[in-house]
Design a protein around this ligand. Structure first.
Ligand code: AHG
Ligand code: MN
Ligand code: MN
Length: 322
């Protein structure tokens, strides 16, 4: 099995980006260790604080964020970072060539039940003519990502990453402490019989999504003429990973519960990096109106509707909106 650096060199990834990726991965190895020790180290449960998005922060959200932030800012490779757990962007080295957006721990509600969680990251080039403390540097569409990935803290610690030459799987080999390439060029099957959505929100969805999911539920007695299975891990990293492994459609559709917050997932550090990984594996990642990676961001924590996965199934879902 190939080690990380030779695998990235084979894909013509520049040296400075490889160095940044290795810095990010150093942080994930530390987070992986802390996650495995959480119960022993009094890291279960919540803090008394909320993040800027009004969500209660888990102790591990805060620990993972501090680790990621400190390692990245000390590296000298980044001009700024932005995180789910930071109010705004944080300046790094003014000569840093890259900016990194991240979700330090995705699937926080799984922490206390010892279930699947992960870290998601997205890398863009830093604009040269902007100051390191200018959050507008992050207003770049997903199309311009130079690297995106996530690390799953599951039965094995697994890295899924793309630099624009396919989506590849790596596993953390604890015997030597590095990530090894286990599968190159993941391809998502175009057709599927599996969907992932939080069904408890059904009554709040738009009529188009209600009718699409209703037809899946009707199985071989309805217009789809085949039965569908359902899965929901409550961590986007886990659900997207399953889609990459065996196909499927995942959605967090817009809903009408709170008119000021019609979407749940965040564009910069959830939807965009997953879109890059999914498209590089032959899948689609869209809203009901447009391709996710075409969206010009207006703010760091902006939220977006997400429909992603097997190409033909995502197109089928979109046909309900026409
Ligand atoms: P985070 O833990 O970073 O706030 O993200 C959680 C997100 C996403 O990972 C997952 O798909 C979704 O929230 C789960 O939502 P429900 O609570 O509706 O299941
Ligand atoms: Mn998340
Ligand atoms: Mn998170």
């Amino acid at each position: 099995m190939q080690r990380l650096s030779p695998a990235l060199l084979q894909d013509n990834v520049p040296f400075d980006l490889i160095a940044l990726i290795k810095t990010i991965l150093a942080a994930t190895k530390e987070i992986s260790f802390r996650v495995s020790q959480a119960h022993l180290g009094d890291l279960m449960g919540s803090t008394l604080d909320e993040n800027i998005q009004g969500e209660v922060q888990k102790k591990l959200d805060v620990v993972a964020n501090e680790l990621f932030k400190d390692i990245l800012l000390e590296s000298g490779f980044v001009k700024a970072i932005s995180s789910e757990e930071e109010d705004t962007s944080v300046a790094g080295d003014k000569n840093g060539k890259y900016i990194v957006s991240f979700d330090p721990l995705d699937g926080s509600s799984n922490i206390d039940i010892n279930s699947l969680i992960g870290t998601i990251f997205s890398i863009h080039k830093a604009p040269e003519n902007m100051a390191a403390d200018d959050p507008d540097m992050f207003k770049q569409a997903g199309n311009h990502q130079v690297c995106a990935g996530y690390v799953l803290y599951g039965p094995s610690t697994m890295l899924v990453m793309t630099t624009g030459s396919g989506t590849h799987f790596y596993v953390l080999d604890r015997t030597h402490g590095g990530y090894l390439l286990v599968e190159r060029n993941i391809q998502i099957p175009a057709d599927t019989q599996e969907f992932a959505v939080n069904m408890s929100n059904q009554r709040f969805w738009q009529p188009e999504m209600q009718s699409y999911i209703n037809d899946l539920l009707l199985g071989d007695t309805g217009p789809r003429d085949k039965n569908f299975n359902m899965r929901w891990i409550a961590a986007m990293v886990g659900d997207v990973h399953r889609v990459l492994c065996r196909g499927g459609i995942f959605t967090y559709p817009s809903d009408s519960r709170n008119p000021e917050k019609p979407y749940k997932l965040r564009l910069m550090y959830e939807a965009n990096p997953m879109a890059f990984l999914i498209e590089q594996a032959g899948g689609l990642c869209v809203t009901s109106k447009e391709r996710i990676m075409d969206i010009e961001p207006t703010s760091i924590h902006q939220r977006v509707e997400v429909i992603l996965g097997s190409k033909n199934e995502v197109e089928k879902c979109l046909s309900y909106y026409k």
